[in-house]
Ligand binder design. Sequence first.
Ligand SMILES: [Cu+2]
Length: 108
Amino acid sequence: MRGFAVAILLAAVGMPSAQALAQEFNLVIRNHKFEPQELRVPAGKRVSIYVANEDVTPEEFESATLKVEKIIPGKSKGLVRIGPLAPGRYEFIGEFHADTAKGVIIAE
Ligand SMILES: [Cu+2]
């Protein structure tokens, strides 16, 4: 039984992939605005953000500080992978409607 317990322990320790799995978040683009406009994510972790563009026009999720650019056609969903991030604020825009489509990711 002792050897069996050690094997279980090693199996558990040897599974960093479970912790490394990205946490998932959702953003919606509606009327050329992001909802929510503020997204809080854990610092130091990989994060997947699913961006659903409900407008008929394409949008580009863009952030200079995150070094991300992703075009999302109208009526479709795009995946933006970021992180691990240092704690802080990371602004993003919808580049095609930068006057209204603004948001910030807060890593904490
Ligand atoms: Cu761009």
